[in-house]
Design a protein around this ligand. Structure first.
Ligand code: HEM
Ligand code: HEM
Length: 113
């Protein structure tokens, strides 16, 4: 059991860094697209055109999965430093996981309908 928890920690540590790198690249691309690619990049027509392009859809899904994993896994990691009650830790863990799954489901739904 102790070994399984250790392996889980290593995997989480590893993915926190992998998603950190994906975010670094993804945020540069996202920022460049939204702010430096000419006026109207966030108009209805421009967003509609990007969201009809399979490459952008895949990019946005990877970006969404990375930011959600990174943000929520990060929060799950630091939460015990601030919340000391074991019961409360379990409750917050559940809440964070439900919120993360909801955010990803909504995002993937928006990107794929
Ligand atoms: C340029 C993009 C980003 C990079 C390269 C990056 C990198 C990292 C790395 C390497 C860690 C692990 C730190 C450690 O274990 O000591 C980390 C932790 C964390 N990141 Fe990011 N991150 C990025 C963006 C974000 C964003 C956008 C969010 C929020 C949605 C976020 C939230 C967090 C949180 C909550 C932690 C946990 C803090 C901790 O362990 O002390 N990060 N990040
Ligand atoms: C002022 C800054 C920002 C603007 C104007 C903006 C604008 C947009 C727009 C218009 C889309 C729709 C997709 C597209 O048009 O290609 C989008 C999607 C997305 N943005 Fe941003 N964004 C900003 C900052 C950020 C930041 C800081 C993050 C992450 C930390 C982020 C994460 C995402 C994600 C994950 C998606 C895909 C979500 C989905 O469709 O489910 N954005 N953004």
């Amino acid at each position: 059991m102790k070994r399984i928890i250790e392996i889980k920690r290593v995997i989480e540590w590893f993915f926190q860094r992998i998603t950190g790198v994906v975010l670094l690249i993804g945020l540069i691309v996202h920022f460049q697209t939204m702010h430096y690619s000419g006026a109207g990049q966030i108009s209805y027509e421009a967003v509609f055109a990007r969201l009809s392009n399979p490459y952008w859809i895949v990019f946005n899904i990877v970006f969404l999965l990375s930011v959600t994993y990174h943000g929520f896994n990060g929060l799950l990691g630091i939460m015990p430093e601030y919340v000391h009650s074991h019961k409360m830790q379990k409750v917050l863990e559940g809440v964070l996981i439900v919120v993360a799954v909801t955010v990803v489901s909504l995002g993937v739904y928006i990107l794929t309908v």
